[in-house]
Design a protein around this ligand. Structure first.
Ligand code: URA
Length: 429
């Protein structure tokens, strides 16, 4: 038995917490014996003082044990998932899970919803009429056994302590703490019963981690926690300055994912699917990364990834033929000719959210047909009056001048030629 007040004070002074103290904190919080104000104070102390690798691993393990840990061993070896720290236009999980399954990986994916400027995989999938992201664990296992991949939303049973803590962090300005982000992500992922995990740590203006140094530290932490807990983890730092692909929204991102699965995806989406998928095959099947990447490329080219996708969506009740279509399209045009120098992904994500493609608060509802098409990406030339982006409308056809102006301002058009920078910056682990 410890005193919570003393433990908060200990962390406030920058002292490490012992393993038993951390387990006590998570148990008390989970059992409603530690009030939200004390956990908020502790989260702020951790925000400033940090947790070392041992503390982070113990914190992760305690949150993981607050709920159910799936046992998927009966499905066989090769269970590997991917997680992204979240970005604008990031629909990679949609083509990736079926492509990896076609290449011999078992992909039990528990994905999240969007909040703020970033979208969420589950919101995108739920744009498909009938898609059931709330399968029971038994149904999840059945689809995994039949198709090799299944994507569901976080259940109440997986890492409930994280769910409560995340809600507190969200309203106490303590989300951006590297050890807390690490423990939050890893507690959920390690509860999936996986043997390996590939992480896409986003860096840049549109991401949680604005600098390469912070992203590298988060990646290093997650790889270390995985190692301590017996799961192989590989992380890639990838750029998130401009939106990924050309579509930002929900139904329109599903369409772009289907194009990728049909061999017609935008270059950045294809590259990321190949790189992350290549590492998944490497971890699952013990082949080299290059061989893994070649297998993903083949699955995208020969239709086997598309076939897995259709089977997964069908098995989860979705009807792709009834994907919502936009009610109209409104172009945002360039005020001058030039070359697109930069696109503020965060701003594009926020405009999409305001238009109804995302939610500012958890209880907000989404219009799946709403989206933004990026007509000109960074480095592309634009003529005066040509469309930089197009707003795809949903139930509300009217688009305010303010939204159009804000979207237009997210594009910087200039005269300098733009040298393309690599999308994948480095690999950790
Ligand atoms: N995503 C999570 O799941 N948790 C965090 O803390 C941040 C991003």
């Amino acid at each position: 038995m410890f005193s919570i007040v003393e433990l908060i004070g200990k962390k406030r002074q920058g002292e490490p917490l012992a393993d038993q103290e951390i387990r006590f904190i998570i148990e008390e919080f989970s059992a409603d014996r530690m009030p939200a104000y004390q956990m908020s104070a502790l989260a702020m102390a951790i925000f400033f003082r940090g947790l070392d690798d041992r503390e982070t691993a113990t914190w992760t393990d305690a949150m993981l044990r607050s709920g159910r840990v799936l046992d998927l061993a009966a499905l066989g070896a090769g269970r590997v998932d991917k997680h992204s720290t979240g970005g604008v236009g990031d629909k990679i999980s949609l083509p990736l899970a079926p492509a990896a399954a076609a290449a011999g990986v078992i992909v039990p994916m528990v994905a999240g919803r969007g909040l703020g400027h970033t979208g969420g995989t589950i919101d995108k999938l739920e744009a498909i009429p009938g898609y059931d992201a709330a399968l029971s664990v038994d149904a999840f296992k059945r689809v995994l056994g039949e198709v090799g991949c299944c994507i569901i939303g976080q259940t109440e049973e997986i890492a409930p302590a994280d769910k409560r803590l995340y809600a507190l962090r969200d309203v106490t300005a303590t989300v951006e703490s590297i050890p807390l982000i690490c423990a939050s992500i890893m507690s959920k992922k390690l509860a999936e019963g996986i043997e390996g995990l590939v992480l896409d740590v986003k860096v840049g203006e549109g991401a949680f981690m604005r600098t390469v140094e912070d992203a590298r530290e988060l990646a290093r932490r997650m790889v270390a926690v995985g190692r301590q807990m017996g799961t192989r983890v590989v992380a890639f730092l990838t750029r998130m300055d401009e939106p990924l692909g050309r579509m930002v929204g929900n139904a329109c991102e599903v369409e772009e994912a289907v194009a990728t699965l049909s061999g017609e995806g935008p270059a950045d989406i294809v590259e990321l699917t190949e790189v992350l998928g290549g590492a998944m095959v490497e971890l699952a099947r013990g082949v080299s990364f290059d061989e893994g990447r070649a297998r993903i490329r083949a699955a995208l080219a020969d239709g086997s990834a598309l076939d897995r996708w259709r089977r997964m969506v069908f098995a989860q009740g979705g009807d792709l033929d009834r994907l919502p279509r936009p009610s109209g399209a409104v172009a945002v045009r360039a005020g001058r000719a030039g070359v697109v120098q930069a696109i503020d992904g965060r701003e594009v994500g926020l405009v999409a959210m305001q238009l109804g493609a995302g939610r500012a608060r958890r209880e907000d509802t989404i219009d799946p047909a709403v989206g933004i098409r990026i007509d000109k990406k960074v480095g592309e030339a634009v003529a005066e009056g040509e469309a930089l982006a197009t707003i795809l409308t949903g139930a509300a056809r009217h688009v305010s001048e303010a939204a159009m102006a804000r979207l237009g301002a997210a594009f910087e058009v200039g005269d300098r030629p733009v040298t393309t920078r690599p999308l994948v910056l480095e690999r950790v682990g």
